[in-house]
Design a protein around this ligand. Structure first.
Ligand code: ZN
Ligand code: ZN
Length: 360
């Protein structure tokens, strides 16, 4: 909790209500950040101050935990807290903030240090690959800064200056009846800056698309929904700032027979009623070997056998178990076999009807 928060009205700073959604807060911030960004307002102390204020407000209100904490501080009012220490928002939290929104400033200046963008991609792998781990690769298209103009889009030796149509904001207002809309500026294509002569390599865009195949080492035991973070494999950082990360969202295909529950491996197997009645030993597959499973005489349909330690071994955790559930099936018997079974029944070997209890 931060004592400073008492004197600050972050909602007012961003011009949003206390019930504003995260989307609204983001939108308000983006607009104001563009208007007040120091790179776009060099030497303007007022803008710099405003920019700091809205950035702090945004850092708090866009983070659900910080926002809740802040709302509590507000609710307590000025009298409420002698004893709290000075944790909470610190100025170095700005580092993260710039990383995540770096893109909105991308167009102007070109030399400001911003962490690279975070990219995401989906990767579908086979059931066995997820269970045992696998080394594979993902293809992504990422934006990198043009090496010729170092991202500012201006040809060598030519100048880059603020667009005077939109005054560097990249947005122009257009009025229609009672309403006023903000639209990307046509003159600078929303970049806020114009160049005298466009870089010949990137046609003035400042960035290029690069297709890359990136190696991914999938640890054993991942499942659908697992996200693997590959540090530094995302968008290129600007001016020496670190590259962004690549998040790989794992999707696991279904298996023909196996299912899983966390680290446990599940399998349904059929046995005949004679195997169930007399008992037997059957061979069942696991992920990497066949094992023998003893079926005791008189095994009922639906019984599940647990084989310890034959499940999946998620990286760094204990190995799960293998659960084999038997289901009794009746084969297509020959006429001769049926005659033998009829004799068996006629001798009264089946005993009482299994439905006896229904008559009680
Ligand atoms: Zn270029
Ligand atoms: Zn413009």
């Amino acid at each position: 909790m931060n004592r400073d928060w008492l004197e600050k009205d972050f909602y007012a700073s961003l011009g949003v209500g206390e019930q504003a959604s995260v989307e609204d807060i983001k939108k308000a911030y983006k607009g104001m950040a563009r208007d007040n960004h120091p790179d776009l307002n060099p030497g303007d102390a007022e803008a710099e101050k405003k920019f700091k204020e809205i950035s702090e407000a945004y850092a708090v209100l866009s983070d659900p935990n910080k926002r809740q904490e802040y709302d509590q501080v507000r609710a307590m009012g000025a009298g409420g807290f002698g004893g709290f220490g000075g944790q909470g928002f610190r100025v170095d939290d700005f580092g993260d903030l710039f990383g995540s929104i770096g893109d909105i400033f991308g167009g102007f200046g070109g030399q400001r240090s911003t962490k690279g963008q975070t990219y995401q991609t989906d990767l579908t792998i086979a059931f066995n690959e997820a269970a045992m781990g696998v080394e594979t690769s993902v293809g992504i298209s990422k934006e990198i800064f043009c090496e010729k103009c170092r991202g500012n889009g201006a040809d060598k030796g030519t100048a880059l200056h603020k667009c005077n149509i939109c005054n560097g904001s990249g947005q122009v207002a257009s009025n229609q009846g009672f309403f006023s809309f903000s639209q990307p500026c046509n003159a600078c294509k929303g970049q806020g800056s114009v160049v005298d002569k466009k870089c010949s390599s990137c046609k003035g865009y400042g960035k290029k698309i690069k297709n890359e195949s990136i190696k991914v080492k999938i640890p054993s035991g991942v499942d659908t929904g697992t996200v693997i973070r590959l540090r530094g494999q995302g968008g290129e950082g600007r001016s020496g700032a670190p590259d962004g990360d690549l998040l790989v969202n794992i999707n696991v295909e279904r298996h023909r027979f196996f299912k899983r529950s966390g680290a446990d491996l599940l399998l349904d197997v059929p046995i005949t009623f004679i195997e169930a009645a007399l008992g037997t030993t059957i061979s069942v597959p696991t992920l990497n070997e066949d094992i023998s499973l003893k079926i005791p005489p008189g095994t009922p349909s639906g019984k599940t056998f647990r084989v310890k330690g034959k499940g999946i071994t998620p990286k760094g955790r204990r190995t799960g178990d293998f659960y084999v559930k038997v289901g009794i099936v009746v084969p297509e018997y020959t006429r001769a076999a049926k005659r033998e079974l009829q004799k068996f029944k006629d001798k009264g070997y089946e005993g009482d009807s299994p439905r006896e209890y229904l008559n009680e």
